[in-house]
Design a protein around this ligand. Structure first.
Ligand code: URA
Length: 307
């Protein structure tokens, strides 16, 4: 493997802190987490982040700001005394990051490249801050396959556009594949936190990660299209038959990198539409905004339970 070592090895050391499988890190005098505008020399990372237990990520900065406020309002009584919403935007060039006691809420932008950079630096941050057994969540939006719009999907694992269960990364001109695995026990526990009176359906299933919103997800309404409606329906049916219940743009990378780092991780996404019924997101923005709260509710319940 280009990064050395067996990628199936356990990553946590005896204390449960996050171990980095990169022998080069030891050679660094200090490490600059460039996109977070943090560093091992310039910041006391243990003091700033050592109490983190939950790292929650989602695409949009406003969604993650809202999640931080929501967590604060939901869990205020359970958080360490004096805990308040800390906006770390002034530190970060690119990603919005909020800290609410042991919860980090961070935006990752759209798609794998943006998320992947963040994951490298957040996993290193967890290591330097000596955080113990953190749990990572992606709280997102997606397109559903054969489910009611507004339903929430808890991912059991991710596949790419070719329905391969891995994240493929080109490293030094070679393609490296890493299993896109999620913690099934965590997925089941998240599902158990759904309540009969929640007012939405919740399903477990695989998530297909695409590198594009339009052609890459089989849509026929992009600026370009060389496939037919029948090709699209055939593809969506193949995905559904493989156990895929939603499509988004980050799941393979999120699953693979957290799995490699031996970090427990879950993906909870609301489905904005049922792709068997169309391509366009026609639901009014005000309704979508309400739907976006649904994955947040489930993850907040998990955090409350484990604080
Ligand atoms: N996000 C996606 O990637 N696809 C959708 O259809 C909706 C949200």
């Amino acid at each position: 493997q280009p990064n050395g070592g067996n990628e199936d090895d356990a990553q946590c050391n005896d204390q449960g802190t996050v171990h980095l499988r990169n022998p080069n890190i030891k050679q660094l005098d200090h490490d600059i987490l460039y996109h977070l505008a943090l560093g091992t020399e310039s910041h006391d990372l243990v003091k700033m982040f050592g109490d983190v237990k939950f790292v929650c990520m989602g695409g949009a900065p406003t969604r993650m700001e809202h999640f931080a406020q929501y967590i604060h309002s939901q869990l205020g009584h359970k958080l360490p005394p004096g805990t308040k919403l800390q906006d770390m935007k002034e530190h970060s060039h690119r990603y919005s990051m909020y800290k609410v006691g042991p919860v980090l809420s961070i935006s990752h932008g759209i798609g794998v490249p943006s998320l992947q950079i963040l994951l490298h630096e957040i996993i290193k941050l967890m290591h330097y801050a000596k955080v113990k057994d953190p749990v990572f969540f992606r709280i997102g939006t997606s397109g559903g396959i054969g489910i009611e719009p507004g339903s929430v999907v808890i991912s059991e694992g991710a596949v790419d556009e070719m329905i391969n269960p891995y994240h493929e990364q080109a490293i030094c001109g070679k393609k490296v594949q890493r299993p896109a695995k999620l913690d099934l026990e965590l997925a089941k526990e998240l599902q158990s936190l759904h309540r009969a009176d929640d007012g939405f359906e919740l399903v477990r299933g695989k998530t297909m990660c695409a590198s594009d919103f339009y052609e890459g997800q089989g849509r026929i309404d992009g600026a370009f299209c060389s496939h037919t409606e029948a090709d699209k329906m055939d593809y969506l049916k193949r995905l559904h038959a493989a156990g895929v219940r939603n499509i988004e743009m980050e799941a393979t990378c999120f699953s693979a990198l957290t799995h490699m780092a031996d970090i427990r991780a879950g993906i909870v996404c609301v489905a904005f539409l049922n792709r068997f019924e169309g391509d366009q997101v026609c639901t009014p923005k005000s309704v979508l905004t309400q739907w976006e709260l649904r994955p947040q509710q489930i993850v907040a319940r998990y955090i409350e339970k484990h604080l």
